[in-house]
Design a protein around this ligand. Structure first.
Ligand code: PEP
Ligand code: MG
Length: 595
């Protein structure tokens, strides 16, 4: 993705992840290191004040570390020695005394003096042979960074504190950042990194705020307070727009809003094809608060509740009671329609403080989702108890993420059975026939889908991860984002294999990756025989409209031809032409044309 000048318009191009156009003031979020060190001499009269300023920054640093230590969740308290080491570094006389001496003797400012001290400490570490001790210099750097921030009066900004309407510009946003966002104030966000299916992008869609990711240089090219335009349909960001450009984009904004409200008026009509097939259209949600919106957009159930976001927002492990209340409320609001609660999928790009100290080199292939739960049975069981208890209050389905093979499924079912026995002993009411499903999102699960199908009531295909693992592309890496391709013949074949396995076993199969909300994909997925689609709520009206306009028999007949096509580009063109025929009205061209 790149920056370019077209005439005198400065533009950046990235990956459009959440539609809509916004014009507003940029708020550049500093998530990177403090890069600028002002170096200046301090005159005699100010010297003592400068020392005082340094001492205050040290004190603030100490307090922050102590508070971090005190708020550590129980489960990771055993790692608190790391923070003790950090406290010792802050108290270290070398760090403190040499910096103060440098201020006093060389009459330089505190930042400069601290930098000099760190350089000296680095030289000492460099002389040590032991690799482990050498690496501890990272802790010293980390502390110095914190002190520098405190000297600059700079604490990492929390997105919940944003008070005016702005467009967030950041190198990266974690799912924790996005879940903390002050929704009323954040008009949209853009980032240097990220891909179409990164969880921050998914959150932007749920929040219905325009967003572009993978811009690479946005934080370098945009300054706090700059007026920018974000086009979440084309992936373009316009810097310093002139009046004419602003008027042009205001027109685009209006067009988008008009189209959205026109489609929204039909969102409650059923998703029935012209040849009479009903398709279950459900919503993906991350928080309880989204349920009502999902219903408003015409969701006939919750096909995926990403329960881990509750844990991310809590910055720890929520109690069983808290989870139960949350799940019960979702179930009650949606009843009699179903709510699919997916058990904890922490890891990958979703880290909570529960896992922070266990950062892995390759988190997407690490201790994620069901693997984490099986390793932490207490956390897993507490969530299962909450889900089962809530099942007495509505139509709840249970779903395990990231199942890679039969043994893992059987191990997970065993934990579930143990919890059921426990609840029975306690005389707690729950749905003994709760439907159990699994996400199919790892290629190995596709290969053994026939075996897995015998042990569950439904499959939900998670194409965000399936595409990541099958095509070997990190879903949060903007450099390979261009390879994200749902129409890759390998992906289409995998989806078909899963659908065939489900049909042979007589179980339900739906799809809940971002692909479900892509207008071009709907036609193909129905042609492949999918029975349900679950997506971010905002995508529902358009997908329902497509379903109401198409015939499954036609799509199935076309599919035989599509399967012969050997490249994703050919598939894409074929479908786009089909959509042009189905939707001749120019107002509908956004369904197949993102220019
Ligand atoms: C998926 O992988 O397609 C999916 C729906 O789950 P998530 O995006 O939460 O990983
Ligand atoms: Mg997934």
């Amino acid at each position: 993705m790149s920056g370019k000048d077209t005439g005198n318009i400065r533009k950046l191009s990235g990956i459009a992840v959440s539609p809509g156009v916004i014009i507003g003031k940029a708020r550049v979020i500093d998530r990177s290191k403090v890069k600028i060190f002002y170096q200046y001499l301090v005159n005699e009269t100010q010297i003592n004040k400068e020392v005082e300023r340094f001492r205050e920054a040290l004190e603030a640093t100490k307090e922050q570390i102590i508070s971090l230590k005190n708020t550590m969740p129980e489960q990771i308290k055993k790692h608190s020695f790391i923070l003790d080491t950090h406290l010792m570094i802050v108290d270290d006389s070398m760090l403190c005394d040499s910096t103060i001496n440098a201020i006093l003797n060389e009459k330089i400012n505190a930042e400069w003096a601290l930098k000099k001290t760190i350089q000296t400490i680095k030289q000492l570490f460099d002389q040590v042979e032991d690799e482990y001790i050498k690496e501890r210099f990272g802790d010293v750097e980390n502390i110095a960074e914190r002190i520098l921030r405190n000297l600059a009066g700079k604490e990492p900004e929390s997105l919940s504190e944003i008070k005016e309407r702005v467009i967030i510009v950041s190198h990266d946003l974690s799912p924790v950042d996005t879940s903390e966002m002050n929704i009323g104030k954040v008009m949209g966000f853009i980032t240097d990194v990220g891909g179409r299916t990164s969880h921050s992008a998914i959150m932007a869609q749920s929040l219905k705020i325009p967003s572009v990711v993978g811009l690479e240089t946005a934080t370098r090219q945009i300054a706090d307070g700059d007026i920018i335009i974000v086009d979440g349909n084309s992936g373009e960001v316009i810097l310093d727009p002139d009046d004419e450009t602003i008027i042009h984009y205001q027109e685009k904004q209006l067009q988008h809003e008009r189209y959205e409200s026109k489609i929204a008026r039909t969102s409650h009509l059923p998703a029935k094809t012209v040849d009479g097939h009903d398709i279950a259209i459900e919503a993906n949600i991350e928080f309880l608060e989204e349920v009502v919106v999902a219903k408003d957009y015409g969701a006939e159930g919750i096909g995926l509740y990403r329960t881990e976001f509750h844990y991310l927002r809590s910055k720890g492990i929520p109690s069983e009671e808290e989870l139960f209340e949350d799940y019960k409320e979702v179930a009650e609001i949606m009843a009699p329609d179903p709510v699919t609660l997916r058990t904890l999928d922490l890891g990958g790009d979703k880290f909570s403080s529960v896992m922070d100290l266990n950062r892995e080199i390759n988190p997407a292939l690490g201790l994620r989702a069901i693997r984490f739960c099986l390793k932490e049975p207490k956390i897993f069981k507490s969530q299962l108890r909450a889900i089962l208890r809530a099942s007495a209050f509505g139509n709840i389905r249970l779903m395990f993420p990231m199942i890679s093979g039969l043994q893992e499924l059987l191990d997970s079912k065993k934990v579930l059975e143990e919890v059921m026995v426990e609840l029975d002993h306690e005389g707690v009411n729950f749905d003994h026939n709760i439907e159990l499903g699994i996400m199919i999102e790892i290629p190995s699960a596709v290969a053994v889908a026939d075996m897995l199908a015998k042990h569950v009531d439904f499959f939900s295909i998670g194409t965000n991860d399936l595409i990541q693992y099958a095509l070997a592309i990190d879903r949060v890496n903007e450099h390979v984002a261009y390879m994200y391709e749902p129409f890759h013949p390998a992906i289409l074949r995998m989806i078909q294999q899963v659908i065939n396995a489900a049909n042979d076993a007589g179980i339900r199969v739906s799809l809940c990756g971002e692909m479900a909300a892509d207008p071009l994909c709907a036609y193909i997925l129905l042609g492949l025989g999918i029975e349900g689609l679950s997506m971010n709520a905002g995508g529902i009206p358009v997908i329902k409209k497509i379903i109401r306009t198409m015939s499954i028999e036609d799509a199935k007949a076309d599919f035989a031809g599509i399967f012969q096509l050997e490249t994703a580009k050919d598939v894409r063109e074929f479908i786009a032409n089909k959509m042009r025929d189905l939707f001749p009205d120019p107002d509908d061209r956004s369904l197949y044309n993102h220019e």
